[in-house]
Design a protein around this ligand. Structure first.
Ligand code: HEC
Ligand code: HEC
Length: 312
């Protein structure tokens, strides 16, 4: 609302009050404003909401300062936005609006390939994992209510791929992205290390389960629509990059499934997306309830009362 008023003010000002300003300059300032506005909408750098908020504020100042004739200071405020929103300076508005799926995907693939070629250093993996444990817990079990997934025992390739996707903004998560970033943990070697460590953690079967009222239907759906990729028991497939979903928290499964179905999770498997278009809420609940109760083989399960000795 406030910026709308500023915007109106600036337009009136530009067209009526200061006709002597070189047209070139006016256009550039307006172009920059437009690019910042577009970036506020589309968030091309996938930056944190706090960065968006502080840019919004600077955007307001820029309008005000420009209006008052302080163009240099106004530009400084806009420059701040270019920096915090990670807008490429030389790109046009159109190019920013379309940082394409293809580009995101190929950046992620490059990093995935690099990390895959490296041998994980598990000691460094643990050192990195200590930061992850704040949310994923020392054991990697996440939260039973599903806000944070269990990642213990997830296939190494899957973890590397998901981390590479978060880092290149090929998968969204305002929570995960800053922690997975190269600034936070380092380059491809760091991804390989932490993925190796996560793979070695034992899996909890005390995960969050569904309501348990429609399991037969869930099993039938699972067998017909999921087992060919995720395996008879939800064990996934490291070589094929299919995630382990057995013993995952019910609510996390439901959320991810809906995001994948609706295209909100950009890095999804296209075949899976096609396969699940017809699922309604009741089907999703039934199949995820069933999946949340599938268990890994005993040798991958954490014994009762186990806690991660690396954190003692
Ligand atoms: C501030 C909390 C937080 C921290 C710290 C954190 N994560 Fe996460 N992580 C999450 C949440 C929440 C999700 C689920 C994102 C979503 O809903 O798509 C997630 C998802 C993931 C996934 C994808 C799991 C899947 O099933 O696809 C991986 C892998 C992962 N995190 C690894 C890590 C690693 C490695 C670190 C440390 C470098 C880390 N996380 C730090 C909260 C966190
Ligand atoms: C054609 C193969 C295929 C089929 C069929 C398929 N999936 Fe997937 N699924 C994948 C792949 C590959 C991924 C990982 C890529 C991604 O991130 O979307 C995935 C990801 C997922 C995830 C996200 C896991 C995570 O850790 O974040 C869930 C949940 C899931 N699938 C559930 C299902 C269910 C339930 C069905 C059946 C109704 C199903 N999938 C059918 C291949 C498939």
């Amino acid at each position: 609302m406030r910026s709308a008023i500023f915007a109106l003010g600036a337009t009136v000002f530009l067209t009526l009050a200061w006709p002597t300003v070189a047209e070139e300059e006016v256009r550039n300032f307006d172009d920059d404003l437009e690019r910042v506005e577009e970036a506020l909408r589309s968030n091309p750098g996938r930056v944190m909401p706090s960065a968006i908020n502080s840019c919004r504020q600077q955007y307001g100042y820029a309008m005000k300062l420009y209006h008052m004739g302080m163009e240099t200071r106004a530009r400084r405020s806009l420059d701040y936005c270019f920096k915090t929103l990670e807008i490429p300076k030389d790109a046009s508005v159109e190019e920013i609006a379309e940082i394409s799926q293809e580009e995101l995907r190929s950046a992620a693939e490059k990093e995935y390939d690099k990390a895959m070629a490296l041998t994980p250093d598990l000691k460094n993996g643990l050192a990195i994992y200590r930061q992850c444990a704040a949310c994923h817990q020392p054991e990697g079990w996440g939260r039973a209510r599903g806000g944070v997934p269990q990642i213990a025992g997830q296939h190494k390739r899957v973890v590397i791929r998901q981390l590479a996707d978060f880092r290149s903004a090929n998968r969204d998560s305002v929570v995960m992205i800053p922690y997975a970033s190269p600034e936070a943990i380092g380059g491809p070697q760091a991804i390989a290390d932490v993925a190796g460590y996560i793979d070695s953690l034992e899996i909890s079967v005390g995960n969050g389960k569904g309501p348990g009222d429609n399991l037969a239907a869930g099993e039938a759906l699972y067998t017909d629509y999921c087992a060919e990729c995720h395996g008879a028991n939800g064990e996934g497939n490291n070589a094929e990059l299919v995630p382990r979903i057995q013993a995952q928290h019910y609510r996390y499964l439901v959320r991810q499934f809906e995001w994948i179905r609706d295209g909100k999770r950009r890095n999804s498997n296209e075949e899976m997306v096609a396969q699940i278009q017809g699922f309604d809420d009741r089907d999703i609940s039934a199949v995820m309830d069933y999946v949340s109760r599938l268990q890994p083989p005993e040798e991958l399960q954490a014994p009762a009362g186990w806690s991660n000795p690396d954190f003692d």
